[in-house]
Design a protein around this ligand. Structure first.
Ligand code: NAD
Ligand code: MG
Length: 399
């Protein structure tokens, strides 16, 4: 494998840690150019000691100072930066070939887009960036010749199940439909009446995957699957009607592609993000990931269900936003980020997350999005409206 110079945005998160785990198994294949982390500076320091990046980026000046202090003499040779502009710098710099985009949420958009504009090989975990800015992002990828490799397990599975020469034309490739699998999260069978009282701890206890808190809540509401429908639309140029969500509680089939001749191709594996990460890092080759082989005898059964849109209104809202286009996906994402943060903070009930998103989508007027400022404007307007809606929900008597 050709040696790659790799930047990991969001190195201290769940995906970041899994990425460095795979990288550590193949130290002859990678030079770490930059590692970034927002808050967990102790962890970022440990990663810097182990991987010796040329640049490290903390969230704030205080974080950068703490990092320098924690590294002591080992800071030698590492340029320590901080803040959102430094993220853009390390994502786009000439020293790097490959960027793992693993920051969570809208904060990941500017550096991920900068990597796209700079024509990097992008390993995309940060689905929110693509959801918010789909048309802008894809235009930059096509203009610069950037290579976009999906890390989200479903999209990685679809990528692996599509023809290798797939160019975004489903009809020409004989593709009829994309089937996006979903575990259904921790509340797939919880009585509806009990959902209003669920806690952040319950929502984050995903039955199959260990992930960051935000995506765990998104999995519990199935907004995660909604964001993934929009992500699939942009990655594979598939219309909303050609992307079907299938609940598959075992999380063994990571997604499927149906062809016009009746064939269905799928990718299977144990639910461990190191598989899609290793696939994208090594693509078009293959490398060991540390993931155990799938034992089909132990799996024994594969089940499938239709998603219940009444139980999971966020999924319906995401389809609605995709069909509306323009700023609607950015509004959906921003309102959801605010609502999930409020839920994790115990300021909003679980079932109110979809209400906040629905009201925000209805309130913010349609605008086309043709550039980053338009996307950020939609994001800001939606956050303001969502915050007010959340406050009103917190103090119902005062509303
Ligand atoms: P996480 O919360 O574990 O980690 C998030 C990372 O982003 C951390 O390194 C954190 O320091 C950084 N970060 C957070 N806020 C930031 C900010 N304002 N500025 C700069 N950096 C910031 O999240 P995760 O589970 O690793 O998810 C990362 C992304 O990957 C998300 O977009 C998620 O949807 C996607 N994803 C994750 C999984 C998974 O299994 N964890 C699977 C598929 C897709
Ligand atoms: Mg996924």
């Amino acid at each position: 494998m050709v040696r790659q110079r790799l930047t990991v945005l969001g190195a201290t998160g769940s995906i970041g840690v899994s990425t460095l785990d795979v990288v550590a198994r193949h130290s002859d294949c990678f030079d770490i150019v930059a590692l970034t982390g927002h808050q967990r500076i102790d962890q970022l320091a440990a990663q810097c000691k182990a991987h010796r990046p040329r640049f490290a980026v903390a969230g704030t000046l205080a974080g950068a100072q703490e990092l320098t202090q924690r590294l002591g003499a080992e800071a030698e040779g590492i340029t320590i930066l901080h803040g959102p502009e430094a993220l853009v710098t390390v994502a786009a710099m000439a020293e790097t070939d490959t960027v793992m985009a693993a920051i969570v949420g809208a904060a990941g958009l500017p550096p991920t887009l900068a990597a796209a504009s700079a024509g990097k090989r992008i390993l995309l975990a940060n689905k929110e960036a693509l959801v918010m800015a789909g048309p802008v992002f894809m235009a930059e990828v096509h203009r610069s010749g950037a290579v976009l490799l999906p890390i989200d397990s479903e999209h990685n599975a679809i990528f692996q199940s599509l023809p290798s020469q797939y160019d975004g034309d489903m009809a020409r490739s004989g593709v009829r439909r994309i089937l996006l699998t979903a575990s259904g999260g921790p509340f797939r069978t919880t009585p509806l009446a009990d959902l209003s009282a669920v806690t952040p701890e319950q929502a984050c206890a995903h039955p199959k995957w260990v992930m960051g808190r935000k995506i765990s809540v998104d999995s519990a509401t199935m907004m995660n699957k909604g964001l993934e429908v929009i992500e699939a639309h942009w990655l594979f140029n598939a219309a909303a009607d050609d992307i079907q969500v299938v609940i598959h509680p075992q999380s063994v089939i990571h997604s499927l592609v149906q062809y016009v001749d009746g064939s269905v191709l799928a990718q299977l594996g144990n639910p461990d993000m190191r598989t899609p990460i290793a696939h994208a890092l090594a693509y078009p080759e293959r490398m060991e990931s540390g993931v155990a082989s799938l034992d089909l005898f132990q799996v024994a059964q594969l089940n499938f269900e239709k998603p219940d849109f009444a139980r999971f209104p966020c999924l319906a809202l995401a389809y609605q936003a995709l069909r509306s286009g323009g700023n609607a996906p950015a509004v959906l994402n921003a309102a959801n980020e605010e609502a999930v943060a409020a839920f994790l903070d115990r300021r909003l009930a679980f079932m109110a997350i979809s209400d906040v998103v629905a009201r925000t989508l209805a309130a913010i007027p349609f605008q086309p999005v043709t550039d980053l400022p338009a996307v950020l404007q939609a994001d800001l307007a939606a956050r303001e409206f969502a915050r007010k809606t959340i406050e009103a929900a917190e103090h119902p008597a005062a509303a």
